[in-house]
Design a protein around this ligand. Structure first.
Ligand code: PEP
Ligand code: MG
Length: 899
């Protein structure tokens, strides 16, 4: 029988699939002997079962009873007991942390009689009634779906009535009255009284957590973070400890290192006399952890010792939630902390220095996506700027955009393609869609551990928070800073690295990390200037990337067809060109020559002449590129796209000819247009991507491939004569049959031989093909006989395997498909390992069965996608080839795949 409930002392940190992140770590801390309040975790299995059947499994109820009694026996108190009540919290905890996504209910077990028991044992009536009103408020909102504003407004009204501003200034009697008001709100909204049975409260809380897995917010977050929708969440039931039992109590969040900058040294926020969510919600501004040192030294020292112990145990930056109840410290949660991209690299490097982890392990701590973020531009120090205010630097980056005050505005602006900054007093989980749409987030309240800060960091969004000088007036949709007032749509700039907020647009420049990646360590350090943190970051990136280069097995090449791209990619560390698309070389003024080739039709002499005129131009291109690539391979793909891309648009041409005829504009131009129109009509295709392109075009227009091959071989021969080391490779696109390849290969070998003789040199030019049609993968053992190498064209292979037109589908129904779970992410972005990936695997296996040492790579867009790089490593490719900008990411990910 499946076990649905684990007491905290039964699990450990490796059971995240079953117990969720929070549950597994609570169990681990319990095992380590740290002060964790007793409790138990309901597994994700139970949640999945509930979501499948829509019913709480009966076995779960009996297991909960046993686990609860176990906790009650340990403490000698019973849930909701009228004299001395045990109270619990019910909190969600999925495998991957989903900040603010799921619901939490505190103080379960309080009712009209146990509130008196709590008042008595705590000796604090005010506290007891405050706890009860919090329960009704939280329970009403999250479990019973009552509009949360009703409670908040009632609280505000009461404070106004009493002439006080802070909750803590309300008396026990005030709160008693508030409890009655809250109970009435529940009764009016749901038609039922607030449940008095403690166990019923708990069971309803558990069910609400299960249900909250499927809220829209949770879906949005999972989609963004690519978390599968079928994992389900665990539920943690934990004995309540109270941070709001007066001035010797408090609650806080801390990190063993700064999750924002990566600086070593502890770091956190806390609030005295406050409960649970007050810190995370960012409603009251918090104190830095160091203030605890002055108010309660022993607890501070104990907390520091635990932080060190946890960091040593997890060998990583940990984030911790704690509560102090009347001077006694309790650990409520820990996890390996989320961090910014910069902090990830710096912390990984520090941990190597401290000999807590090996360089291989350090590679597992950083990702290509983080490196991409570090390559984003930052504000130009020398640009003019008007500082509005300075607040907390919560999540780094430079964001410029129009002010948007809510989700609707942010989403509208994003749809219009207008960058925006979401400006809120504070954020809560409901603001997630706006945060996703915005370039950055600015809040007036809340510390570095507030919802806005935590979520923005997780998403890699720029965030400045706790800007107290800001007055966000939602009603009038204005933002006031001092005596300035801005409306929605006004442009501001926020710097998440310094916490500065500027009026208007501030210019941006390359980040020192990008300077390092393109020009080396010295240049990167110079660009960092006096910014020690940035210099340390540059050094950390260099250290990890260098290690990735040492351990990776995959080579990283680039897709480049201009000298500019080639130079950029070489700067970024490309080891060759894996795909030079030659069609770009036939555009612009050379188009006229291609048109001549096509219009020549049966006039072979005319066609040959037009092609001959193209040879020197094409040779010029190759000379430039081969010279840049000296000593490194350069795969040149013969012309691939459908012919119509070089021809005028059919409709436009028809109109042009019709107008000219109507105006009787006879003459050579009309005659040429008419001939062109005939040719365009003849070649017009309903499905050009499945039509006359690739090797088909080369065979259909004899001489076309030949002119390219000749240009390439002559360029190589000339460079060789100059003492250079050109290494071109010829690649045939869209091959589906061995015969196609044979025909082109024979022709190519002929040209190579002729040219070698003409120049008196030997060139060793490999001839290979793309594997980008299912038939090519399925017959790879045949193709291997005629190919010196394969390059998987996963763009076309995805298109032809799924039957999705790569030029059309992404805008049309892919949104629906990801929503409905047909796939988690577009198969054009991350390789569909289960379908398209199988063809790649098969192609590799079959190809190598014929030629064991055959060189194989991939040059589709997936070559620079982190997840896909890991897959290509696993199936045994020799290289990935990607766009220049993604070369560093591919290097890092190839290293990560190898450790
Ligand atoms: C491919 O199909 O994956 C490929 C690299 O070629 P192209 O994108 O030029 O069709
Ligand atoms: Mg292709």
């Amino acid at each position: 029988m499946t076990k649905f409930v684990y007491n905290f002392h039964e699990g450990d940190k490796d059971m995240k699939d079953l117990l969720g992140g929070k549950g597994a770590n609570l169990a681990e801390m319990t095992k380590m002997g740290l002060p964790v309040p007793p409790g138990f975790t309901i597994t994700t299995d139970a949640c999945r079962e509930y979501l499948n059947k829509g019913l709480v499994p009966p076995e779960l109820e009996t297991e909960v009873t046993q686990a609860l009694r176990d906790v009650e026996d340990t403490l000698g108190r019973q849930l909701g007991d009228a004299e001395d009540p045990l109270l619990v919290s019910v909190r969600s905890g999925a495998k991957f942390s989903m900040p603010g996504m799921m619901e939490t209910v505190l103080n379960i077990g309080l009712n009209d009689s146990s509130v008196n028991g709590l008042a008595k044992v705590s000796g604090d009536e005010r506290f007891a009634w405050d706890s009860y009103r919090r329960l009704i408020q939280m329970f009403g909102k999250t479990v019973l779906d009552v509009d949360g504003d009703l409670f908040a407004d009632a609280l505000e009204d009461l404070k106004k009535e009493r002439g006080v501003t802070a909750d803590v200034d309300l008396t026990a009697d005030d709160l008693k009255g508030l409890v009655e008001t809250f109970k009435k709100i529940v009764q009016d909204a749901t038609g039922d009284p607030f449940p008095q049975d403690p166990r019923k409260q708990m069971d309803m809380g558990i069910e609400a957590v299960f249900r909250s897995w499927n809220t829209e917010r949770a879906h949005i977050y999972r989609r963004r973070e690519r978390i599968p929708h079928d994992l389900g969440t665990a539920v943690n039931i934990c004995t309540m400890v109270f941070g709001n039992m007066g001035e010797t109590s408090g609650t806080g969040v801390c990190f063993t290192r700064d999750p924002s900058s990566g600086d070593s040294g502890v770091y956190g926020d806390y609030l005295m006399n406050a409960q649970g969510e007050d810190v995370v919600a960012g409603i009251r501004n918090t104190l830095p952890l160091s203030a605890l040192k002055d108010t309660n030294r022993p607890v501070y020292d104990e907390l520091r010792a635990i932080m060190r112990k946890l960091e040593t145990h997890y060998k990583d930056l940990c984030d911790i939630e704690f509560t102090i109840e009347r001077g006694k410290l309790w650990m409520l949660q820990t996890r390996v902390g989320k961090r910014t991209a910069g902090a990830a690299f710096r912390v990984a490097s520090q941990l190597i220095d401290e000999k807590l982890i090996t360089p291989d392990e350090a590679l597992e701590r950083v990702t290509g996506a983080q490196l991409t973020q570090l390559m984003f531009p930052q504000f130009d120090d020398s640009a003019s700027r008007t500082l509005l205010t300075r607040a907390m630097a919560a999540s780094p980056g430079a964001a410029v955009g129009q002010i948007a005050f809510d989700n609707a505005a942010a989403i509208r602006m994003a749809h219009e393609g207008t960058p925006c900054i979401l400006v809120r007093r504070e954020t809560n989980p409901e603001d997630l869609p706006g945060m996703v749409a915005a370039e950055g987030v600015l809040t007036a309240r809340g510390g570095k551990t507030s919802h806005a800060a935590v979520v923005a960091r997780g998403m890699g969004k720029t965030c400045v928070c706790g800007a107290e000088e800001l007055d966000v007036d939602l009603k009038n949709r204005t933002l006031r800073v001092g005596d300035r007032v801005f409306g929605e749509g006004h442009v501001i700039s926020i710097d998440g690295t310094t916490g500065e907020v500027f009026d208007g647009k501030v210019e941006v420049v390359d980040s020192p990390v990008t300077t390092y990646l393109s020009h080396g360590l010295e240049a990167g350090l110079k660009a960092a200037g006096d910014d020690e943190d940035m210099a340390d970051l540059v050094r950390s990136v260099d250290r990890l990337l260098t290690h990735a280069d040492e351990v990776r097995r995959l080579e990283v090449r680039t897709n480049a067809d201009t000298p500019e791209d080639t130079e950029r990619a070489l700067g970024y560390g490309a080891q060759g060109i894996g795909l030079c698309r030659t069609e770009h070389m036939f555009l612009g003024e050379r188009r006229a020559l291609i048109e001549r080739v096509i219009l020549a039709e049966d006039d072979l002499a005319e066609r040959a002449e037009a092609m001959e005129a193209l040879v020197p131009l094409q040779k010029g291109d190759f000379l430039q590129m081969l010279e840049l690539m000296d000593g490194k391979p350069m795969t040149v793909r013969l012309i691939d796209p459908p012919l119509h891309e070089f021809l005028p648009d059919l409709t436009e041409l028809e109109v042009k000819v019709a107008v000219a005829e109507a105006l009787h504009k006879d003459g050579p131009e009309l005659a040429k247009d008419k001939r062109m129109l005939t040719a365009v009509r003849k070649m017009h295709e309903a499905n050009p991507m499945l039509g006359l392109r690739g090797v088909r075009l080369g065979l259909y227009l004899p001489g076309l491939f030949a002119l390219q091959i000749r240009a390439l071989v002559e360029a190589a021969a000339e460079l060789k004569a100059k003492g250079k080391d050109p290494r071109p490779e010829v690649m045939v696109p869209l091959v589906g049959s061995i015969r196609e390849l044979q025909l082109v290969r024979d022709e190519a070998l002929e040209i190579i031989k002729e040219t070698e003789e003409k120049y008196g040199t030997e060139l060793n030019i490999p001839i290979g093909c793309m594997v980008e049609l299912p038939r090519a993968a399925l017959t790879a053992e045949d193709l291997a006989l005629e190919a010196d190498f394969f390059s998987f064209g996963t763009n076309d292979l995805t298109q032809t395997t799924w039957g999705f037109s790569r030029d059309d589908v992404e805008g049309a129904f892919f949104g629906l498909y990801t929503e409905e779970g047909v796939f988690g992410v577009s198969p054009f972005e991350t390789i569909d390992t289960h379908g398209v990936g199988r063809l790649v695997k098969l192609g590799v296996k079959k190809g190598r069965s014929a030629k064991p040492d055959m060189k194989m790579g991939i040059c589709g867009e997936h070559g620079g996608d982190p997840d896909s790089v890991h897959f290509f490593h696993k199936v045994g490719l020799n290289y990935v080839s990607c766009s220049p900008f993604r070369v560093p990411v591919a290097r890092l990910e190839a290293g990560r795949a190898a450790v």
